[in-house]
Design a protein around this ligand. Sequence first.
Ligand code: SF4
Length: 485
Amino acid sequence: MNKSLYDQKTTFYIKTFGCQMNYADSEKIHRVLMQAGCLKTLDPTQADIVIINTCSVRQKGEDKVFGFIREIRKFAETTGKHPIIGVTGCMTRKTGMAKRYLETPERDQVYNITLLDGNGNFWNWDDPLLLRSEDIDLVFRIEETGHLTKMLSVILGRDFGNDEKWEEYLKISQVSADGASANVIIQTGCDNFCTFCIVPYTRGREFSRPIDEIADEVRKVVAEGAKEVTLLGQNVNSYGKLTKKKLWNEATFAWGKTDEKTPFRELLDTLGGIAGLERIRFTSSNPHDMTQDILDAHFEISALCPYLHFALQSGSDAVLRRMNRKHSYQDFKTQVNYLRSKNPLFSISTDIIVGFPGETMEEFEQTAAAMREMDFDYAFIARYSTRNGTTASKLEDDVSASEKARRWSILNDILRESVAKRLKMMMGREEDILITGIGKDDTLVGRTRNFKEVYMPRSSEITVGSSVRAKIVGVDEWVLRGEVV
Ligand code: SF4
């Protein structure tokens, strides 16, 4: 048992892997530990508790988790300071603390937990993943974050603040790393089952929070100083599918076919009326679940920013079908063109996978052509890698690594060109910039409303979190340079 946990203020460090949802989840863990009286440290070697929030999207991500744990343990051997190591996130969704580990004599206390057994299936023996490491003290699913203090109480053998108010994970308000921008989770899980994706298995079925609960949380973060809120979910456009079971009808609400409002649009309308909230963004959006009213919201709700992260994945309809993506390239193009016809500076970023099983040269060329045609403001281009547990893992990974690298490089060159072209369109404009940080060379860093990063000379009276007007005076490869007006 770590003596320092009794002798002084308990410190914690949270290591987050993966997507923005995971970062938001980590902010919830931060809140729970902070309210239990712990202090956050930015140095994992100084922490009494290290929580690792994991990502399962790639095997590499899982390997990194075990590498990080080994590093912490190795360092602990030299200092004698052994932190409690806890693992949560996607890797633990179907994984509980390894039975073999629990049965070691010094973990008897943990084995005897009854408080948490039962309803939440707190311990889950059937996934051998964590047998790969004996260095983990604690494993919990992210939905069990509300029980974290109880778990620590059992492991540490002292009351660590069993706070009943954390009963529901989604209601735990987050601690924002940057006071001006807050993440708010509106929905979790995904029902789309894209064949390459592990999320529906790690996060489970889609679940949406009620509008009132989200609106209350947004009001709270705005009252605390947030000017920008990013609404997070794996599939935000289908928000409300479960909470309003019969209201949502995919056929009726298919893009462009109705004047009625989807639950997600209702949510945006509600949040758009909150005084003091200057910017709303959301992610992730799926072209298949996108509707006309959500696209229109960008021009009808003043706080909703002209930026959309919209995952195309491939420009080939045949590949999209193999991916079980239910949109076609034409669907995607129609939606993007609609946004840009109303605002040519509307920014679109996307996700692309190259070398998906069976991707022919012709199919790849269709993706390259789509990237040229769509002029993306940014794209995350990934080389396909097999993810065990997904449907695509049963397909032969038949595009060689060198060919994937070649295709990736071609797409990256196209991306450079489109990014440069889109950035140049901003030259000479005066923009509202929300200051998000201070750059390495003592510059102010901020974002335009259409999510372009802008670097400006530092000025002592401008602080992080403030909004300024700036003139765009230059382009530096992936970012803009500006001068405060
Ligand atoms: S929409 Fe597809 S890629 Fe996105 S989380 Fe759901 S299954 Fe995964």
